[in-house]
Ligand binder design. Structure first.
Ligand SMILES: O=P(O)(O)OC[C@H]1O[C@H](O)[C@H](O)[C@@H](O)[C@@H]1O
Length: 529
């Protein structure tokens, strides 16, 4: 295709949302001329399913739940007045709590103001807040936000070291929809201990966002925490960023939550349009379908040409992969669906993996994200008549062209800036595209049955560790090899797990387990010291 033909194709298919200034260009996707006609029927079904979902249908049949993230930014559209009120009350509560914190009406016992936020959460209870904090944060923020998003002890130590003495001015926000996620529980317990060690009352520094009567909810009551904000079963973790999960930390940071909600609301209006060519979410879902043949055959590479959007791919990884990566379809047939998502930021990625994109295995389609505004204010010229931002555009267009020349498909999303409005719009765009695509491939996008298996297996490992430790203490004088220990604790087939547990115990001082090297690695004896 010549550059001229591409330009004509660009003009023909460009899909814009005036209210947020966003456009989606699919001209560099090689769909056939009759593609949209062929997809008309399936797309109608997707529009119907989405309409039913928004009206409160049980769109998550396995868990028998409604799916209501669209009501978070248009509460008047919720199917029950109780939901409308809860959403409105929660946004009001977020606002007034953050205002109280900023004004010092809610204050830490041993300092004048809260100046830092420590957010403890994982998955949908961290990725959205991390994206928002990084995309919209500035040096002028009201509060600085830190994260515990794992059960990695060193990761937590590193954050606590950064907080240092400012822990006395730190408000900890523990977020867990289920209220029972172990990584988050561990982060909370570690945070609590850090406060205690500094003679600070954790409850006076802590708030939670969680489901009513969850384990975390009960814990907050026992510990007399400052406040709890609700999470509802009709909001999934990966679509919760515009509930208190994302709004509370954002507002505490001093960000424009009204702008985020308005951007999402505007995008929702635009993506209810039933003409797929004028609906960027439908168009995008159709492009995903085209690229991967409805089987996820191609990976989605997200290339934002803007540092502030670097976490978008991590955020989308959960949104897309946890929603679409499913073993069975809605009829119970094994389909092993999904689309793999990766990417960081351009043009940095050009110096890392773009080599493979251009010349290696052609198993992806790229989504370029172009941001028109370079920075606040004018730029200096790094060469006559050329700025750093001009280079960024040059590298984006250059890479896109280079990929196209080699038959690599791409789409381009263009936004005027990275603002609360555009970020809200982008989030809403992807949420709806995921929903449409799920119907196109006939899967439930709103459950995550596969996640449980790993959690259960981890529980088994920790149970085994308890038995191993008890045995080591009982046989103090005698060391055990992994083989002996596995048999002794009645789990001979779990010998590899026992070996890994013993090695880990011996590598850390906590449990006082020592190793005595044997003739080879697997003859190593472990004993309680
Ligand atoms: O918010 P929580 O209940 O703690 O859940 C945190 C995350 O963990 C789970 O394993 C799910 O797979 C995610 O969808 C969820 O966002």
């Amino acid at each position: 295709m010549s550059e001229r033909q591409l330009w004509e194709r660009y003009k023909k298919y460009l899909c814009g949302v005036e209210s947020v200034g966003l456009t989606l260009d699919v001209s560099r996707m090689n769909f056939a001329d009759d593609f949209f006609e062929r997809m008309r029927g399936p797309m109608e079904k997707a529009f119907d399913a989405m309409e039913a979902l928004e009206k409160g249908a049980i769109a998550n049949p396995d868990e028998k739940r409604m799916v209501g993230h669209y009501w978070l930014r248009a509460p008047e559209r919720a199917p029950e007045p109780g939901i409308t009120k809860e959403v409105q009350d929660t946004v009001a509560a977020v606002r007034s709590f953050a205002d109280d914190v900023h004004a010092g009406r809610v204050k830490p016992p041993k300092a004048d103001r809260f100046t830092r936020v420590l957010l403890v959460g994982i998955g949908g209870s961290a990725l959205g807040p991390q994206l928002v904090a990084d995309a919209l944060g500035t040096a002028a923020d009201r509060m600085q936000v830190f994260f515990f998003d794992n059960t990695d002890p060193d990761g937590m130590d590193r954050v606590l070291a950064q907080l240092g003495d400012k822990l006395a001015e730190t408000l900890t926000v523990v977020i867990s929809k289920s209220g029972g996620t172990k990584e988050t529980r561990n982060g909370m317990v570690e945070a609590e201990r850090a406060y205690q060690q500094k003679g600070l009352d954790f409850g006076r520094h802590a708030v939670a966002v969680t489901g009513a009567d969850s384990e975390l909810d009960r814990y907050t009551k026992k510990g007399n925490w400052l406040k709890t904000f609700p999470m509802w079963d009709w909001v999934g973790g990966r679509t919760s960023v515009l509930s208190a999960v994302g709004l509370l930390p954002a507002r505490l940071q001093g960000l424009d939550i009204d702008g985020m909600l308005a951007g999402a609301r505007d995008m929702d209006v635009a993506t209810r349009e039933r003409d797929a060519l004028r609906n960027p979410a439908a168009l995008m879902a159709l492009m995903w379908f085209h690229a991967g043949n409805g089987r996820g055959a191609k990976d989605m590479v997200i290339l934002p040409y803007k540092d502030r959007l670097m976490l978008l791919s991590r955020y989308l990884q959960q949104l897309v992969m946890e929603s679409l990566g499913k073993e069975k379809d809605l009829d119970g047939k094994v389909v092993n669906q999904g689309i793999a998502v990766y990417g960081n930021k351009g043009s940095t990625d050009q110096h890392a993996y773009v080599q493979q994109l251009r010349e290696g295995v052609n198993n992806f389609f790229a989504t370029f994200l172009e941001v028109l505004k370079d920075r606040d204010g004018a730029s200096m010229q790094v060469e006559p008549d050329i700025t750093s931002g001009d280079y960024l555009l040059g590298f984006f267009l250059g890479t896109r062209k280079a990929l196209f020349e080699k038959g690599r498909e791409s789409m381009t999303l263009t936004v005027p800036d990275v603002s609360a409005r555009t970020l809200g719009a982008l989030i809403a765009l992807y949420e709806r595209a995921v929903g449409f695509y799920a119907t196109l491939v006939n899967i439930n996008a709103y459950h995550q049955p596969g996640v449980e298996a790993g959690k259960k297996a981890a529980g088994v490992v920790l149970e085994l560790q308890r038995k191993v430790l008890a045995k080591l203490r009982e046989d103090k004088a005698k060391g055990h090899t992994a083989e002996e220990m596995a048999t002794t604790v009645g789990a001979p087939d779990e010998v590899e797990t026992v070996f890994k547990v013993l090695e880990h115990l011996a590598a850390n001082t906590t449990h006082g387990v020592k190793r005595e090297p044997g003739a080879n690695r697997f003859d190593t004896r472990f004993r309680a010291g």
